[in-house]
Write a protein that binds this ligand. Structure first.
Ligand SMILES: Cc1ncc(COP(=O)(O)O)c(C=O)c1O
Length: 377
């Protein structure tokens, strides 16, 4: 039993050396002159946005992307001084807070431009904005035609300034290249029209993690890695795996042990019934911590470097594990839900595969009740 598990029965270890390793790998994939905008939205995919952004800033990263105004404000208030781009759509009512915190909006709809220009004019001009063009994701962004007419609007030059033009790729991790190539062709054609109008925009960006590895032609002047920073990818098996290290481990502590007789039931609705005398370990983590209820009867955890199955339904605050075959388990012992123990490991992509989702959802889902402990780089 370690001191840390006594104090905090359930916790996540965030390994900043692994983060630095993944960042170096991303840098090695890029052409010279391509910069990185680190995607730290959704609490840096569950890893803790403030600490991750500061750790990346120490590694020389000066550009960050978040999903929402509140995420951007939280980073500014935590002292992050670099560029912070808000990727999500903004409402007119949010513009004054946006400008007050020097956050860079992504314009996916020209309607907020007049209020943004008014606010920016009285604060800081020229005020950087990025324009988003929709090329096939079917989500946010203006059409290529709308983008060209936006560029004709004088507002866009003063007090605002188009620092970036971006699109988002829908299928960079898909089975084939066709959808990405279609998007890229549309984006390139639009950039060519912009060039012909004599407009220069310093930052052009399209690539997420999968595109960074798979489509070097999407790199332009800036890339937006998210999941790769955290050590995962969702590339098809035909693409050589990038050299990544998972950053987050999720651990908890055995808080109770008991043996139930054959026929004894475990957890709500008695969906597990023991077919032999069964040693049950209770672990204090549940769906309120982001450990999905869909893992009921499906998942395993590591104890003493061996896999032990979850039995019964995952509760809000607890899960039960069958440790009959690991007889020496003791109260106070560490159980690893995501991570490595001895020769065995269970990473977030495996947990995701048990419940038919992606590692993004497993990581982002780890709740605020779970303290994050940072191991220095
Ligand atoms: C606009 C945008 N860019 C980049 C990313 C990063 O994607 P990934 O985590 O796949 O690298 C995301 C994440 O969803 C996104 O929404």
């Amino acid at each position: 039993m370690t001191a840390i598990s006594t104090l905090l029965p359930t916790y996540a270890i965030v390994n900043l050396a692994a983060l630095a390793h993944n960042l170096s790998h991303i840098k090695r994939c890029l052409s010279p002159g391509t910069d990185i905008m680190a995607v730290v939205k959704a609490n840096a995919y569950g890893h803790g946005a403030v600490e991750i952004a500061h750790a990346l800033a120490r590694q020389g990263i000066g550009r960050f992307a978040v999903a929402s105004l509140d995420e951007g404000i939280a980073l500014r208030q935590a002292g992050l001084s670099g560029s912070i781009v808000v990727l999500g759509a903004l409402l007119e009512e949010q513009v004054s807070d946006l400008v007050a915190h020097r956050l860079t909006p992504v314009i996916s709809d020209g309607r907020i431009l007049p209020s943004l220009a008014k606010e920016a004019g009285s604060h800081q001009a020229p005020y950087p904005i990025h324009l988003k063009v929709e090329t096939g994701m079917g989500r946010l962004g203006v059409s290529p035609q709308e983008l060209l007419s936006l560029l004709d609007d004088p507002i866009i030059r003063n007090p605002l300034q188009v620092e970036g033009i971006m699109t988002h790729l829908a299928d960079a991790d898909g089975a084939d290249n066709a959808a990405t190539e279609r998007q890229l062709n549309l984006f390139r054609a639009m950039l060519e029209q912009i060039r012909q109008r004599g407009v220069t925009v310093p930052l052009l960006h399209a690539a997420n993690s999968a595109a960074i590895v798979r489509f070097p032609e999407t790199h332009f002047s800036l890339v937006r890695p998210g999941i790769m920073l955290y050590g995962y990818h969702t590339l098809p098996a035909s693409i050589p795996s990038p050299d990544l290290k998972p950053v987050l481990s999720l651990r908890t502590t055995v808080v109770q042990l008991r043996t139930i007789p054959r026929g004894g039931a475990v957890s709500y609705n008695g969906t597990f019934v023991a077919t032999r005398p069964t040693r049950i370990a209770v672990l204090p983590i549940g769906y309120a911590d982001g450990y999905s209820r869909r893992l009921s009867h499906r998942g395993s955890v590591l104890l003493q470097g061996r896999r032990a199955p979850i039995v019964g339904l995952v509760c809000m605050d607890m899960i039960m594990i069958d440790v009959t075959d690991i007889a020496s388990v003791q109260i106070g012992e560490t159980a690893t839900l995501i991570g490595q123990q001895g020769q065995e490991s269970i990473w977030a992509d495996e947990v995701a595969s048990w419940v038919g989702t992606i590692p993004y959802e497993v990581l982002c889902g780890i709740g605020p009740r779970v303290p994050r402990i940072y191991e220095p780089a």
